[in-house]
Design a protein around this ligand. Structure first.
Ligand SMILES: Nc1nc2c(ncn2[C@@H]2O[C@H](COP(=O)(O)OP(=O)(O)OP(=O)(O)O)[C@@H](O)[C@H]2O)c(=O)[nH]1
Ligand SMILES: [Mg+2]
Length: 453
């Protein structure tokens, strides 16, 4: 199926298409990104409810009960459960499956478990994209369950439209311990397992915590709802509280969604950047070698990152990068009239390269450049080229980190070099030419950029 038809079916609310779309996202397939692109304009209607809390606090049971409660109002529900890869949750996932059976025949409920599969930092991104797919499919309310252990999980819930933190009766110490991480993100507190001894005490200790904070007049003060998820007691009150929060924050919801967008963009950007570094900047195995060097105390992590960053910004890989394409022209002004004026490209100041007897104009064209070359003397190689072949492509230039090493490597392989040793080029660089007979008919220039500073 094409991404176009898959996204069309997602927009029509087809459950199988939604499941397929989510798999593409989980697999980090490029088709997943394409799908998000297509459905994104149709999103923004679903209300995202994040539920977090310690393992075993009854989140899944509660989400299941909430689903039933929401379905009574005939709105559709999507459930995304984030399962940490911990082996201990095996039983819980099985339990979730059994509970979910209750909604198995209900077309208005879509349930999906997300495995974290150990990918770093990708969880929050994947979860928010799954929520987008459900949103696009016309789901009214998306419930997202995560165990509030890692920053990633906390971020998922923090950027939902409403964040619910579930606790269970126990010592006040627990509330104290949770304070640092998930207490601040709660819009609503749930003391679940209220059938157990000590629910009031837990509620009182949350209350004590809240009383230490100041709330401006009219500001939402997180309420505490006691529930017994196994029987459903207190769940209608919880849904009411969610609706109350929704109404109260209707005006400020934009800010929350903006925070979600910011989080998503930052995540994607970081992910893309690291991917770029791993694929384009570092050599195969280089990342591991850097780690080895850090372990051996040969380099510190800051310096290592500085070096990688520097290379990434320069666009230099350990191999060679296309720097520019040289074009021999008979009249620089006429050539500029085309490249600058007609094509609208940006030009840099002209530069005379005495050794080549040329005047060169660099034109920025994306990551690489075009170099227009005009001869300043009949003995210039450009003049000879024009005489023999007329104006046209003259050479390509590949940027390397270490030109001397590159030349030595080429020489050892029997490549015919025009310059056995590097010589000065434009912009303070070092350059050397490889003979076209060794480069499949193309004049190849190697260049080592001028060192900064
Ligand atoms: N007594 C009592 N038990 C409950 C209540 N809610 C849930 N449980 C039980 O607590 C256990 C854990 O419930 P889950 O809903 O799986 O908890 P969870 O927070 O989703 O667990 P993880 O996803 O593993 O973190 C199950 O055996 C539930 O039956 C409740 O209100 N009272
Ligand atoms: Mg669970």
């Amino acid at each position: 199926m094409t991404t176009a038809s898959l996204s069309q079916r997602v927009l029509e609310g087809d459950a199988r298409a939604v499941a397929r779309a989510i798999s593409l996202i989980e697999d980090e397939s490029p088709a997943g990104a394409e799908l998000i692109r297509r459905v994104f304009p149709s999103t923004g209607r679903a209300y995202l409810v994040g539920v977090t809390g310690p393992p075993g606090s009854g989140k899944s049971t509660l989400v299941d009960r909430l689903t039933t409660e929401i379905r009574k109002t005939s709105r559709t529900v999507g459930v995304v459960a984030v399962d940490p890869t911990s082996p201990f949750t095996g039983g819980a996932i099985l339990g979730d499956r059994v509970r979910m059976q209750a909604h198995a025949g209900d077309a208005g409920v879509f349930i999906r478990s997300m495995a974290t599969r150990g990918h770093l930092g990708g969880l929050a991104r994947a979860t928010s994209e799954v929520a987008l797919v459900l949103d696009a499919a016309g789901t009214d309310i998306v419930l997202i369950e995560t165990v509030g252990v890692g920053q990633d999980e906390i971020d998922i819930v923090r950027t939902a439209d409403v964040s619910i933190v579930t606790l269970v009766p126990g010592s006040g110490d627990e509330v104290q311990a949770l304070k640092a991480g998930i207490m601040e993100i709660a819009d609503i507190f749930v003391v679940n397992k209220a059938d157990r001894e000590g629910a009031d005490r837990t509620a009182a200790s949350i209350e004590a915590n809240l009383s230490l904070q100041t709330f401006a007049p009219g500001e939402w003060r997180p309420p505490i709802v006691q529930t017994e998820a196994t029987t459903g007691r207190g769940v209608p009150e919880l849904l009411e509280t969610i609706e109350r929060f929704r109404a109260h924050t209707a005006e400020s919801q934009g800010g929350r969604r903006r925070a979600r967008a910011e989080f998503r963009v930052r995540e994607l950007l970081a992910h893309r950047f690291v991917q770029h570094i791993e694929r384009r900047v570092l050599d195969a195995g280089e990342f591991d070698r850097i780690l080895d060097r850090i372990a051996a105390r040969e380099v510190d992590p800051y310096t290592a990152v500085d070096e990688i960053f520097e290379r990434a910004l320069k666009g230099t890989s350990a191999k060679a990068t296309l720097d520019h394409i040289g074009i021999a022209v008979s009249n620089l002004d006429e050539a500029l009239a085309f490249y600058r004026d007609a094509l609208g490209l940006e030009i840099e100041a002209p530069e005379e390269v005495a050794s080549q007897k040329v005047r060169a104009h660099f034109i920025v064209a994306g990551v690489a450049a075009l170099e227009l070359l005009e001869a300043t003397d009949p003995s210039s190689p450009i003049a000879k080229y024009l005489e023999k072949r007329g104006p046209g492509l003259h050479h390509i230039t590949l940027r390397v980190d270490d030109i001397a090493a590159a030349l030595a490597r080429l020489k050892a392989r029997g490549v015919r070099l025009i310059d056995e040793a590097p010589r000065p080029g434009a912009h303070g660089s070092l350059v050397a030419f490889i003979h076209p007979s060794s480069a499949h008919g193309v004049l190849v220039e190697l260049k080592q950029a001028a060192s900064e500073g």
